[in-house]
Write a protein that binds this ligand. Structure first.
Ligand SMILES: [Zn+2]
Length: 134
């Protein structure tokens, strides 16, 4: 692993929010996807996806979703309410991944409990590029 590659830590806990985080070479968080997932029901909800302004339009959001699907294959996903931009994004992702991301719907009983802790998962394979100069 080179000096510019992010470190990784991975912890699973049913029902608690999990983060997939992208760091730039200086260790700043530039992208984040938060979700909750239930292994019993193989269902999950994407809570939010955030990409730092300077890093938008470079595929970070797509990378976050692909990483999520790679780590939780075969799950049924829903999202929280979607903005028009979010709706377009998830439609694109659905075409690209053949996984649909409807918003809303009921959570399974395992995911209904209070948020207790937040685990953080740092992408190990993502190699950051510098944002384009404006
Ligand atoms: Zn469940």
């Amino acid at each position: 692993m080179g000096p510019d590659e992010p470190t990784s830590a991975q912890l699973w806990s049913t029902g608690t929010p999990t983060e997939i985080v992208m760091l730039d070479p200086d260790g700043r968080v530039v992208g984040r996807l938060r979700f909750r997932a239930c292994r019993t029901c193989r269902a999950g909800r994407i809570l939010d996806i955030w990409v730092c302004e300077a890093w938008r339009h470079q595929g970070l959001g797509r990378e976050l979703v692909h990483s999520l699907l790679a780590h939780r294959p075969g799950y049924l996903w829903t999202t929280t309410s979607q903005t028009p931009d979010g709706r377009a994004f998830f439609l694109t992702m659905a075409r690209e991944t053949a996984v649909v991301f409807p918003h809303g719907g009921a959570l399974c009983r395992h995911l209904m409990g209070p948020f207790r802790r937040s685990w953080r998962y740092l992408l190990a394979h993502w190699s950051p590029r510098r944002p384009r100069a404006h």
